[in-house]
Design a protein around this ligand. Structure first.
Ligand code: 13P
Length: 231
């Protein structure tokens, strides 16, 4: 299974040094993808697979504060999260920008981890399918079939992120089936308050190819338990 760890804006230099040692000492058969902050990517020097949390829509050039896909590649970054709901909300990131980011990544042989997910209001208004279909179809616009299957999709309901609340298995299965209609060959992850306790419930869902973990990525003892309970 794919276990992507989204550190978000956490772990300072010294903290990260001990964190990564701890993470590397966990023995597991799963594919662990560590997504630290940009600064910590530079400091990672690790045997782990590394992902970024974002990428520029542009190539190298006069784009102050941006990091390009070719730069990421030069630091051995193999994956990149795009379209996380926190960026969509706080940075006003649009589906069209996410599409450009995915194209930059694919051009540089970096696997995009595309996050999609509905808000609570959208779920209450019965708009889940509509919202996810729009996010997904614009994100993959004009991308060749053979490239589409390289994209990993992460379903992260916004109301579940950091809240301790997860959807029912039926709700997740329903969404995964919709995603499969659009990108049948893509791997699909679940993200949003997944932890060492609710994994017992989540693992009943056969369609889940892995997890995108936020809070749990920072708690290595609990992460270890999560990994032990996965199968
Ligand atoms: P939590 O696991 O903290 O809910 O975060 C999920 C997430 O946003 C991962 O990208």
């Amino acid at each position: 299974m794919i276990i992507a760890l989204n550190n978000k804006s956490n772990l300072e230099k010294i903290e990260f040094e001990s964190y990564i040692k701890g993470l590397e000492s966990i023995s597991t058969e799963e594919t662990i993808i560590l997504c630290p902050t940009y600064l910590n990517i530079g400091a990672a020097n690790s045997s782990l697979k590394i992902g970024s949390q974002n990428v520029s829509i542009n190539e190298n050039g006069a784009y102050t504060g941006e990091i390009s896909a070719t730069q990421l590649k030069s630091y051995n970054v193999q994956y990149a999260i795009v379209g996380h709901s926190e960026r969509r909300e706080y940075q006003r990131e649009t589906n069209e920008e996410i599409n450009l980011k995915i194209k930059q990544l694919l051009k540089n042989d970096i696997t995009p981890i595309l996050c999609i997910g509905e808000s609570l209001k959208e779920r209450e208004n019965n708009q889940v399918k509509e919202v996810l279909k729009e996010e997904l179809s614009i994100a993959i616009k004009d991308i060749k079939e053979e490239d589409k299957k390289k994209i990993i999709v992460a379903y992260e309901p916004i109301w579940s992120i950091g809240t301790g609340i997860i959807p029912t298995n039926e709700q997740i299965e329903e969404v995964f089936a919709e995603i499969k209609k659009i990108v049948p060959k893509s791997k699909i992850l679940y993200g949003g308050s997944a932890n060492e306790e609710n994994i017992e419930q989540l693992k009943q869902i056969g369609a889940i190819d892995g997890y995108l973990l936020g809070g749990l990525s920072l708690k290595l003892e609990k992460l270890k338990i999560f990994l032990q309970k996965l199968h």
